[in-house]
Write a protein that binds this ligand. Structure first.
Ligand code: SAH
Ligand code: SF4
Length: 358
């Protein structure tokens, strides 16, 4: 049985072949613009609502929902029909609401400092399972009087190792949920063929590359995929993307105490980022159970950022969001943790008061 967001328009039309022609459009709008379950589509006859509720079950079953102390970050742990588990994080800022979606259950890339990587790979997510995460976040945002504006593929998994389904989801999020491509960001650890393929797509999404090291010897250790696609190939692919798409490129850099936070590291990073006009996001490493090092202390973070700026590179220090509910970058690991709201009870976000983060 397909889930509600697995079907395309033709599939839905086929399911409703015995109904008046306008029904399928009406249900499609209910799902994608109304962000409603069939049971909530009060403009449908009750019998049809019941039938659709059975025919189009949700793919995501809410296991837990955690809310950060300040109410601005929400994390879901979802159970999938086959028992796999993934997480989704919704973050409210002053001027936008961003959902961080998972593209795979687990991840095969094995970055040592990342909780998802430490747990290994379970399976690919389907386009519908990705779209449904955005819909769930959109519903909650709307309940809190906010509009979901941005989607980042920075949850569990490596999006470019699940290219077709991720791109299918991007297309649906753009065309059916109505989010602008400029507000969609794909984050990759450096799957070079995927970046090159992305450069040939028609939608100009933002590209974030998780760099973490600007010399091969160090990057080989932090990011095992670097042995397959070393920095030279990665930078060439980034340049190709920039030329093809004209979108802003950003580099993510988890600052690890004593590992990649020296002046030399900053200079090497500037040497790559500046010629590409790339923006650098610095994130002090979030602690994870399987990695011994800690995040760079604030003073060193500030001087690292200062050194980049002196070298003409735009750098932002990202504040950790949702660390108290294990919702921060690299902490998604599908164990049940943090203060949770019992399933089924809606936890609307508190009004956002501050900007920042990203
Ligand atoms: N697989 C993709 C997208 C998901 S990871 C990628 O790696 O880009 C999202 C971001 O979190 C990446 O930039 C990743 O490097 C970063 N990250 C992973 N573990 C982290 C940790 N412990 N602390 C801070 N950032 C981390
Ligand atoms: Fe996978 Fe990204 Fe984590 Fe590396 S950082 S293990 S690519 S999710």
């Amino acid at each position: 049985m397909p889930s509600a967001y697995e079907l395309d328009r033709d599939g839905l039309a086929a399911l409703l072949a015995d109904q008046p022609a306008y029904r399928s459009h009406q249900v499609w709008r209910g799902l994608h613009e109304g962000l409603r379950r069939p049971a909530e589509m009060t403009d449908l006859p009750p019998a049809l609502r019941r039938r659709l509720e059975e025919a189009l079950p949700p793919a995501l079953d809410e296991v837990t929902r955690s809310v950060s102390g300040d109410g601005r970050t929400l994390k879901w742990l979802w159970g999938l029909p086959d028992g796999a588990r993934v997480e989704t994080v919704l973050m409210h800022y002053r001027d936008r609401s961003t959902v961080c979606v998972s593209s795979q259950a687990g991840c095969a890339m094995g970055c040592s400092f990342c909780a998802t990587g430490q747990g290994g790979f379970t399976r690919q997510l389907s386009s519908g399972e990705i779209v449904e995460q955005v819909v769930a976040a959109g519903r909650v945002a709307r309940l809190g009087g906010r509009r979901l504006t941005n989607v980042v593929f920075m949850g569990m998994g490596e999006p470019l190792a699940n290219y077709d389904r991720v791109w299918g989801a991007v297309t649906r999020i753009h065309a059916d949920l109505g989010l602008s491509a400029r507000h969609l960001t794909i984050s990759t650890v450096g799957v070079v063929p995927g970046i090159r393929r992305l450069a040939g797509e028609d939608l100009p999404v933002n590209l974030a590359v998780s760099l973490h090291a600007a010399r091969d010897e160090l990057r080989d250790r932090l990011v095992p995929l670097n042995r397959r696609y070393p920095l030279g190939a990665l930078i060439a692919a980034c340049r190709h993307y920039l030329v093809a798409k004209g979108r802003r490129l950003s580099f993510e850099w988890a600052l690890i105490d004593g590992v990649n936070d020296t002046d030399t590291d900053a200079d090497e990073l500037a040497g790559i980022a500046r010629p590409l006009g790339a923006h650098v996001n610095l994130i002090p490493l979030n602690p994870t159970p399987g990695y011994p090092s800690v995040g760079t202390p604030p003073q060193r973070v500030a001087s690292f950022a200062g050194r980049l700026r002196d070298a003409g590179v735009n750098a932002t220090v990202r504040r950790n969001r949702g660390t108290d509910i294990d919702a921060a970058c690299g902490q998604l690991a599908t164990r049940v943790a943090g203060p949770t709201v019992p399933r089924g009870r809606p936890a609307g976000p508190a009004p956002a008061r501050h900007g920042g983060g990203g």
